[in-house]
Design a protein around this ligand. Structure first.
Ligand code: ADP
Length: 786
């Protein structure tokens, strides 16, 4: 072996050693590499030139959450892992790297096999062999999700910071502004950010002391929120709401502050007005209810609860129909809904029912509440309790009706009276005038006198009716019961009206149906007489042909026992006359009302007779009815109580005229009368009848004359006189003369007069006008007792 050879061998050995140590090193480093690859967070993939996966490091397996990576080996990358959206750019980049031999960096987002999103950055590197060709492609990717998310979060944060409508700012530890958003600049009243940056935050407060206090408190609590008065660049101020926090570094040391501010002037105003409105609604004296669009109640105010008795809990969710009383028609509610759904205001009155069942009236308006887009979102009802108002209205209406009725009655009164007074007056005056004609025959004089007489009676009847109705209305009529024979009463009426009926060609019937015993009861005979007279007179008046029948029966109204004692007497007056229209049957009992309401008055009459009769019947404790058919006839029926034992409650009985002269010629008469015509009339009637006639003009004179002339044995005492009235004078005369016959004469013809006269001490009473026959009859009646 030559030196050269030895040297070569040594060199070779050295070389081998070196190689061995190199190999050992390499082995060592390969181990390091594979252990690095296994543990590295970097995801390493080795692809062949067809891009089939040859190797994937653990990080890749972990990142993509693959259970068995070997299943992917030999398969195309990334097709087997990821959807097309990712494949296309990756394959493009792989192709480009393979073709150009350059390293390409790709960023993107992928999903792991379970669908989670990951951000990555991949470096695609072609691996060159010694010959400069490319053997493999190395894809090394790292998971950038955390960084990406942080970046995204920061981006969003900035976005929120900038885009916020609140005025956002960041200040350093000294309170100097370092960042603001556009809203802040605007709120400050500027358009230039530089005008704001670098300024101390306290400058944006009206009260800088307050601002300093807030910053101090932030240092302690890290957070502050509240309202304060903010200041603008131009010095003007506004109400602001601020929210601030401190900014800390990793060590928890405060490094600055961030705040967010809003101008709440308008909001505050809106809140204030909402508060005012809701207080007004709460305290409103009106009933307020709000419903949703389906009409279900969402709100009722306290007044609603107070009036209806329904609490909010009772009614929320219910429909307002809970208040329906059923008094109003369905069409009423239909109309209401039609109005409000078409966004019109409905106004009307509800007759509603409270929780306790009581009814009440409510005047309400209902309207829709619209949102900003003009859509109906609610309905509101505002109502007033008008129950009392309704009652008042009703009363007013009644009063008005009454006033109108009075007015109507007044007109009817005037029309009737004018007619009823003028017609007979016309007759009286006309025929009196004719009586003056010199060439009148006896027959004519008699005829004229009869007409004058008839007209005078008609006039007198009218006047009597007026006085009676006035007394009734003034409540001055008293009931005075006496034992009365109904049979005699009806007999008398029959005899009295027989001739009148006959003259008209009518038949008058009365069949007594009660025994004398049954027919004797206690009642006010005067009033009974008045009622029957009126009904019979009417029957004759309103019947042209046929008959008139009247009668009485007694009966028991107690149905328990068939044989019960009678407790009611029923009278009837039936005619075959003109009848009464159905619609006037009630009215004819009213004052001045007649069945014929047209202008043509076919019958005379004041329209008072039935009103008086009805009042009398009711005073006696009975009722009056009519049944009638036009053209057929009418039947008037009335009842009075059947009373057998009542006492006569007439006052003190007159003293009997016990010691007087036996005949008229022996009488010395005193006429007490303030009216000359009346005293002259009496004198003319009886001047030849009596022995002596003296005159007095008033009560005082009468007393004097009686005292000084004890031979006076008859006084015709007028009642109404100046100085002293007839009753008082009678009382005085009775003090010294119990025997003188005193007959009161009144012009009132009122039913209570007789009783009053007798109570005053008069022996009897005669009402004006009277004729000679009537006067002498009444005087003779008392002479007979002597
Ligand atoms: P008058 O003075 O008009 O008769 P009344 O009060 O007695 O007044 O009667 C009222 C009205 O009733 C009369 O005007 C008449 O129209 C009607 N009437 C009364 N009685 C009869 C009757 N028997 N038949 C028909 N109508 C009658």
């Amino acid at each position: 072996m030559t030196n050269k050879e030895v040297k070569t061998k040594e060199e070779l050995l050295i070389k081998i050693n070196k190689l061995e140590s190199k190999i050992a090193e390499l082995e060592k480093s390969e181990f390091k590499i594979s252990s690095w690859l296994a543990n590295s967070p970097v995801c390493t993939k080795v692809l062949d030139l067809d891009f089939n996966l040859q190797y994937m490091s653990n990080a890749g397996v972990r990142a993509l959450q693959i259970d068995d990576v070997s299943a992917f080996y030999g398969k195309p990358y990334p097709l087997s892992f990821f959807p097309d959206s990712f494949n296309i750019p990756m394959r493009d980049n792989l192709n480009r790297a393979k073709e150009t031999g350059e390293t390409i960096i790709q960023e993107g987002e992928i999903q792991d096999v379970k669908g989670n999103k990951l951000w990555f950055q991949a470096t695609i590197t072609p691996v060159h062999n010694k010959q400069g060709g490319i053997d493999h492609i190395l894809v090394v990717s790292i998971d950038t999700s955390i960084r990406k998310r942080a970046e995204e979060a920061l981006r969003l944060k900035n976005l929120v910071f900038d885009a916020s409508i609140a005025a956002n700012s960041i200040a350093d530890i000294d309170g100097v502004i370092t960042e603001v958003n556009d809203a802040f600049i605007q709120m400050w009243g500027s358009s230039n950010k530089d005008e704001v940056l670098g300024k101390r935050i306290v400058k944006f407060f009206q009260d800088q002391g307050e601002a300093a206090g807030i910053i101090t408190s932030l240092g302690l609590t890290d957070k502050w929120e509240g309202n304060y008065i903010a200041k603008k660049k131009d010095g003007s101020t506004f109400l602001a709401y601020g929210f601030a926090t401190s900014i800390k570094d990793e060590n928890g040391t405060i490094v600055g502050y961030q705040s967010s501010v809003q101008d709440i002037t308008e909001r505050k105003e809106a809140e204030d007005s909402v508060r005012k409105l809701s207080t007004a609604v709460q305290q409103s004296p009106s009933l307020i209810a709000i419903t949703d669009t389906e009409g279900k109640l969402e709100y009722v105010n306290p007044k609603f609860t107070e009036l209806t008795g329904y609490s909010s809990t009772d009614v929320i969710g219910q429909k307002p129909s809970i208040l329906k009383s059923g008094e109003q028609k369905d069409s009423f509610y239909k109309d209401l809904w039609q109005t409000v759904v078409s966004d019109k205001i409905w106004r009307g009155q509800f007759h509603n029912k409270k929780k306790n069942g009581e009814l009440f009236w409510e005047a309400a308006s209902i309207s829709a509440i619209l949102n900003e887009s003009g859509e109906i979102i609610n309905y509101i009802k505002i109502g007033e309790d008008i129950t009392q108002q309704k009652i008042n209205e009703e009363e007013l209406n009644k009063a008005l009706e009454k006033a109108l009725e009075s007015d109507r009655l007044k007109s009817a009164f005037l029309t009737n009276m004018s007619h009823e007074i003028r017609t007979p007056m016309n007759g009286i005056l006309g025929f009196i005038d004719l009586l003056n004609e010199p060439s009148l025959s006896r027959i004519q004089i008699d005829q004229y006198s009869a007409i004058i007489n008839k007209s005078s009676n008609r006039l007198l009847n009218t006047i009597n009716d007026i006085i009676d109705i006035s007394k009734i209305e003034a409540g001055e009529v008293v009931v005075s019961t006496t034992e009365t024979s109904l049979n005699s009463e009806l007999d008398e009426l029959y005899s009295f009206h027989c001739a009148e009926a006959k003259m008209k060609g009518l038949s008058l019937f009365f069949e007594p149906s009660l025994s004398h015993e049954q027919a004797t009861i206690f009642t006010d005979s005067h009033k009974l007489h008045g009622i029957l007279t009126n009904l019979i007179k009417n029957a004759i008046k309103y019947t042209e042909k046929g008959s008139i029948e009247f009668g009485v029966s007694a009966r028991s109204t107690t149905k328990l026992k068939a044989d019960s004692e009678p407790d009611e007497v029923e009278f009837f007056v039936k005619d075959t006359g003109i009848g009464i229209p159905e619609n006037r049957m009630k009215a004819i009992f009213n004052r001045f009302e007649q069945a014929d309401i047209g202008d043509e008055r076919a019958f005379e009459g004041s329209g008072l007779g039935l009103a008086i009769s009805k009042a009398y019947v009711e005073m006696l404790g009975g009722e009056i009815f009519v049944e009638s058919e036009e053209g057929i006839g009418s039947t008037f029926t009335f009842t009075i109580p059947y009373v057998k034992t009542e006492k006569n409650e007439l006052g003190q009985k007159p003293e009997n005229f016990v010691n007087g002269p036996a005949s008229l010629e022996n009488l010395n008469l005193l006429i007490v009368e303030d009216d000359d015509v009346s005293s002259e009339l009496i004198e003319a009637m009886i001047k030849d009848t009596f022995r002596k006639i003296t005159f007095a003009e008033n009560g005082i004179e009468a007393i004097e004359i009686c005292r000084n002339n004890p031979e006076i044995n008859l006084v015709l005492m007028d009642v109404k006189m100046p100085k002293m009235n007839g009753y008082d004078a009678t009382r005085e005369i009775r003090k010294f003369n119990k025997n003188v016959l005193i007959i009161a004469q009144t012009a009132y013809a009122l039913l209570g007069d007789k009783q009053e006269a007798i109570e005053a001490g008069c022996n009897d009473y005669i009402s004006k006008p009277f004729n000679k026959k009537e006067l002498l009859e009444i005087i003779s009646k008392h002479l007979g007792a002597v």
